[in-house]
Write a protein that binds this ligand. Structure first.
Ligand code: SIN
Length: 330
């Protein structure tokens, strides 16, 4: 009797398209990232968790691991491919192993401002890049923005020649290495979790970050000069394991994707304000001197770094670079 009841229950569940396990257990999404909670990405991850747990209660559970506490730059992509984590939002500079096209976002002085970055991300060419890693089983869900990068260092950087001989921490991107080589500087690839201690110990003398990462990692306490260059972009791709994502029942997946659209709008709306707030915090701390460039000084950096566009055109694709350039209003 008991056996026939169980058989009937299993048959009913399977008619409904559910397995016995999925009826009982929520789907767990581990969302790991490398920054602090109080940053554009950190807040986005927490908002995603909150909305999922409101709207898909009992069906999906989200666990957020900030500050490289579960996986860091060195192992997070492998963890995603092994389905040990299900959501990441790495910087677009960290996908070099899977596609070179995303390095369009690393080209120095390519975008006039953050509005231009957002315009590009909404265009067809950029939407195609969300699928550029499909062959590796990586599914791009959305672009999340942080902000424009500033140069910090142990000495004042006003002209490109001031950077000559200094070592800068870079993300794993050949374009970023070339950018520093173009001004006679060295670069060292380091995971984000190691940046503060490498600046503190003098392994590197400088770095490039948006204000939110400078402030939340307290980098200004070990970088006496920050030059407001706005020379590059720090943006992320929210990615998942393609096979995992396809395994989620359609209705649940659709709701998750609706939530992602909503969270993406909030992240990208609020990132600029968060960076403005953190700029004020850093300046108020008094530990770093702010260097503002004159138009001529900024142009000198631009002229030195811009040849990198040409050098990486074949890797990135001339069509992608052209599409990115059309969003500027110059
Ligand atoms: C991040 O904002 O995710 C870190 C970027 C970096 O490694 O500099």
């Amino acid at each position: 009797m008991f056996k026939s009841c169980v058989t009937a229950l299993v048959a009913t569940l399977s008619l409904l398209g559910l397995s016995a396990a999925s009826a009982a257990e929520p789907i767990v999404i581990k969302f790991a990232h490398v920054v602090a909670d109080d940053t554009p990405k950190g807040k986005g991850a927490l908002l995603f968790k909150q909305l999922v747990e409101q709207r898909l209660a009992g069906q999906v559970k989200v666990e957020v691991y900030a500050n490289s506490s579960l996986v860091g730059d060195a192992d997070e992509m492998q963890a995603l491919l092994d389905n040990r984590v299900q959501l990441l939002a790495p910087s677009l500079s960290k996908f070099e192993k899977y596609t070179r096209k995303l390095q369009v976002f690393d080209l120095p002085f390519l975008f006039d401002d953050e509005a231009a970055v957002k315009r590009f991300q909404s265009r067809e060419k950029s939407r195609e890049l969300l699928r550029s890693m499909a062959g590796s089983g990586i599914y791009g869900l959305a672009y999340w923005n942080n902000g424009l990068k500033q140069l910090s260092a142990t000495q004042a950087l006003r002209l490109p020649s001031d950077a000559s001989g200094l070592a800068f921490r870079v993300q794993p991107s050949a374009v970023l290495e070339a950018q520093f080589a173009a001004v006679g500087a060295k670069s060292v690839r380091l995971p984000f979790a190691d940046v503060f201690k490498s600046l503190q110990s003098g392994v590197v003398q400088g770095a490039e970050n948006p204000w939110s990462n400078i402030a939340s990692q307290n980098m200004h306490s070990v970088q006496p000069y920050i030059t407001e260059t706005n020379h590059g972009v720090l943006a992320y791709m929210l990615v998942t394991n393609a096979e995992f994502w396809r395994s989620i029942p359609f209705a649940t997946r659709s709701e998750l994707e609706n939530i992602i659209v909503e969270v993406t709008a909030v992240v990208n709306e609020e990132a600029e304000a968060l960076n403005r707030r953190d700029r004020e915090r850093v300046l108020a701390s008094g530990s770093s001197k702010l260097i503002s460039l004159s138009p001529e000084q900024r142009q000198a950096w631009r002229e030195k770094m811009q040849p990198v566009w040409q050098a990486y055109e074949a890797d990135i694709g001339a069509d992608v670079i052209r599409a990115a350039l059309t969003v500027n209003r110059r």
